[in-house]
Design a protein around this ligand. Structure first.
Ligand code: BTX
Length: 324
């Protein structure tokens, strides 16, 4: 809007200085409440603002777009991320990746978006993906493995993302089976793996990864505040998203090659070293009911084993897990 533009111009002309709400209101010819609303909008767009009582506002940092070039700078992979489709705003990166995969896109092709207006979780749940603050991406792989092994790639991707987070922030997250990455018990990343298959052959695996990076608590809708967090909240600093993406590509390609060569075992061991639920009492909610018991670990295939209170061991392929 015109008001927004004037507001940004005012800050551009007074770089590094605090401008009071009253000054800005007079300059632009609107109310102080309107100024405040616009400042909140800027914050949502990814501007980092400092607001001090009696002094006013200051723009500390402008939003950082991720560019494909910035991601490529320093990328050491052979194929992962060598083709990047960068989008400003999409419904869901999964949707675009599915179309690209169907159109024979090369293995390792990635779709990265600044914002998803219809980001999805598992079972058609909503994945909140606000602009400029997170990593919302989908990766196309074409592994020559039987369909039942595909969920192993979710666990593999989780390990890659944990390692990338460790590398970029020095915070060590934990994995909650199968696909949640948590820091201090709150969700920082979700992973959604989907397949395109013909008969019993995998054509492509689309791995959707959503990482909360620079959101602050006020950026989350009310219902997510108690369950979600971001790397910035947990590490106390702003994280460069391109660095994180690049690191995730490097790690993911390395683990994927290891997996294709040696099978799931090395991935399983790494996964278990980050797993939060092993040995704990959990409740697994599946489509066919709930199982409460002790999480024993995962099988060679990445299936969760739970021993219930009667000593019966259940194998769980898909569920939501609640820790006690
Ligand atoms: P999930 O079904 O395990 O988790 C979804 C649940 O997580 C939601 O119901 C909500 O409670 C919570 N949630 C929603 N948004 C967030 C968020 N930003 N941070 C923390 N918790 C949240 C997890 O599904 C799989 C998510 C994959 C997202 C990626 S992003 C790129 C790709 N494109 C796309 O549409 N999805 C994937």
């Amino acid at each position: 809007s015109q008001l927004r533009k004037q507001l940004i111009d005012a800050f551009t002309n007074n770089k590094d200085e605090f401008l009071s709400g009253q000054y800005l209101a007079d300059l632009i010819g609107c109310s102080r409440t309107a100024v405040w609303k616009h400042m909140e909008e800027l914050r949502k767009e990814g501007f980092e603002l400092e607001a001090i009582r009696k002094k006013g506002y200051r723009i500390v940092k402008t939003p950082e777009n991720i560019t494909a070039d910035e991601i490529r700078f320093g990328l050491k992979t052979k194929f992962l991320g060598q083709s990047i489709h960068y989008e400003e705003s999409v419904e869901s990166t999964q949707k675009i990746a599915h179309r690209l995969a169907y159109d024979q896109a090369a293995e390792g092709t990635v779709v990265v978006a600044e914002e998803q207006v219809a980001g999805r979780g598992r079972m058609d749940r909503v994945w909140h993906s606000p602009k400029y603050t997170g990593v919302w991406m989908s990766i196309i792989l074409r592994p020559n493995i039987p369909i039942p092994k595909a969920p192993q790639l979710t666990l593999l991707a989780a390990v890659a993302v944990v390692q990338a987070i460790e590398e970029v922030t020095t915070v060590t997250p934990q994995i909650k089976w199968p696909n949640d990455i948590l820091i201090n018990g709150k969700k920082v990343t979700g992973i959604l793996t989907e397949l395109q298959a013909e008969a019993d052959r995998i054509n492509s695996v689309i791995i959707g990864i959503g990482i909360n990076v620079n959101q602050q608590m006020e950026d989350y809708p009310e219902e997510l505040r108690t369950i979600a967090t971001s790397l910035s909240i947990e590490s106390g600093k702003r994280i460069n998203r391109a660095d994180l993406i690049r690191s995730a590509f490097n790690r993911l390609e390395h683990l994927y090659e290891l997996y294709l060569e040696k099978g799931f075992l090395p991935i399983k061991l790494l996964w278990e070293s980050y797993a939060i639920s092993i040995g704990k009492m959990i409740t697994a909610r599946t489509l066919s009911g709930s199982i409460r018991g002790r999480a024993l670990g995962i099988t060679e295939d990445g299936v969760l084993k739970i021993e219930d209170t009667e000593g019966i061991v259940h194998q769980v392929y898909s569920a939501d897990i609640e820790l006690e």
